[in-house]
Design a protein around this ligand. Structure first.
Ligand SMILES: Cc1ncc(COP(=O)(O)O)c(C=O)c1O
Length: 409
């Protein structure tokens, strides 16, 4: 008789994992206060500016500017960091589309480089190789909440005089050599979209230690106003990218519960890493002493099918789901293979633009392997489970490993 649930055996678990978002009276009370106070926008309120201060302090940053999304935060940070229109900006091929669309949106050209198989983060050697005379900036991602190699990236940036905008959309509180990420480069951007570990549905924030970056980010997100001008005087180009007081009210409450939730996620992430490393064919990310805090947005590992009777990842994931463990294959395409990049259809209604770059010539072998064969993600809500929940994840993978021959039936 078959053992695996996918073949009719008994599943390891049937209970769901914790739901996200986690919320309570504080979110409701804060929201009620803002609603009753009548200042729903940030222009005359104080809730958003208080949150900016709190979040910036937590990340040892001089300035924080709340923005209506992580994507728009990245666009504005690039503009405020003075990244020239038409120039090239280097970013990883393995990331969410927003990293690259922010670059396109400001009239720059994303140059995709490969990631490292043992970190899923941008490979500094590939950055060096991709720099041309048109390169002005690097936008690496702290993927899954794991800081990228800031020593290497900052050294390259300094040497080659490039700006660094950290895509910290998944990295609240992550730290490199005890320094929180986000304001180590010229600027860093975080997301508060609904899947994120601190959320208000949609939202983002730019952090920076640079007064000029802060000045222009503030102006750009508020219709190009200057801090000294009249209300209807617009000194710079900009738009309305402001966060509402309602969003910031929720964020205050979310930030208050963050430390406790992060402690649970981190404990579970460490435990999964330790235990899953023992299973042949499961390759966890490499430890790195320079990472002094991981934000635990995702738990990621690589699936090596030769240890599982050559079953493709989709078969393994299906078997895992049937055991009661939901898992994701993650990004399905390297960004340069996304139809919008392949076709360069950046114009209105998907019209092609005339851009001197051919994305079909890009090839990032590690990213391709992650996208097509190896990457597996567990989402952050799963990391909020109990030790028993983690034991069941481990047991399910061990069970599939032991009965891998059933995968090909
Ligand atoms: C790596 C990365 N960059 C940027 C973003 C964009 O953030 P938002 O969804 O808040 O616009 C996300 C969010 O999913 C992300 O994961």
């Amino acid at each position: 008789m078959a053992s695996l649930a996918v073949r009719g055996g008994r599943p390891i678990r049937t209970e769901p994992f914790p739901v996200w978002p986690v919320w309570g009276d504080e979110e409701i009370d804060n929201l009620t206060q803002v609603i009753k106070g009548g200042q729903w926008g940030r222009l005359k309120g104080t809730v958003t500016s208080d949150f900016e201060r709190r979040f910036a302090d937590l990340h040892q940053a001089k300035h924080g500017i709340c923005i209506n999304s992580g994507t728009t935060a990245l666009q504005i940070a690039l503009i405020a960091a003075d990244v020239a229109t038409g120039s090239e900006v280097i970013c990883p091929a393995y990331t969410f589309i927003a990293t690259a669309s922010a670059i396109v949106d400001i009239g720059c050209v994303p140059i995709f480089v490969d990631v490292q198989p043992d970190t899923f983060n941008i490979d500094p050697r590939q950055i060096e190789a991709a720099i041309t005379e048109r390169t002005t900036a690097i936008m690496p991602v702290h993927f899954a909440g794991r800081p990228f190699d800031l020593d290497a990236v900052m050294e390259i940036a300094t040497k080659r005089r490039l700006k660094v905008v950290e895509d910290a959309a998944q990295a609240w509180g992550a730290a490199w050599r005890d320094r929180p990420v986000g304001a180590i480069g010229d600027a860093g951007c975080f997301s508060f979209q609904s899947s994120k570990n601190i959320t208000c549905g949609e939202g983002g924030i730019i952090l920076t230690n640079d007064d000029q970056v802060a000045k222009f980010a503030k102006a750009h997100h508020n219709c190009g106003r200057s801090e000294v001008g009249q209300w209807y005087e617009h000194y710079y180009y900009g738009g309305n990218y402001r966060m509402t007081e309602l969003q910031a009210a929720v964020l205050h409450a979310q930030l208050n519960r963050y430390e406790e939730l992060h402690r649970i996620r981190l404990e579970n992430l460490d435990y999964l890493n330790q235990e899953l490393a023992q299973i042949p064919g499961i390759t966890i990310c490499s430890p790195d002493d320079r990472i002094t805090n991981h934000a635990c947005h995702l738990f990621v590992f690589r699936y090596i099918k030769s240890h599982f009777a050559d079953a493709p990842r989709a078969t393994f994931l299906d078997a895992l789901r049937k055991e009661g463990i939901p898992a994701s294959p993650g990004y399905s395409l390297p960004l340069y293979q996304q139809p919008v990049f392949r076709e360069k259809s950046f114009g209105p209604r998907g019209r092609k633009v005339d851009l001197d770059i051919d994305y079909s010539k890009f090839h990032c072998p590690v990213t391709e392997k992650l996208c097509f064969e190896e990457a597996i993600w567990f989402t952050q809500n799963m990391l909020l489970g109990t030790k028993e929940d983690m034991d069941q994840i481990i047991a399910a993978i061990e069970k599939i490993s032991k009965h891998a021959d059933e995968l090909s039936d």
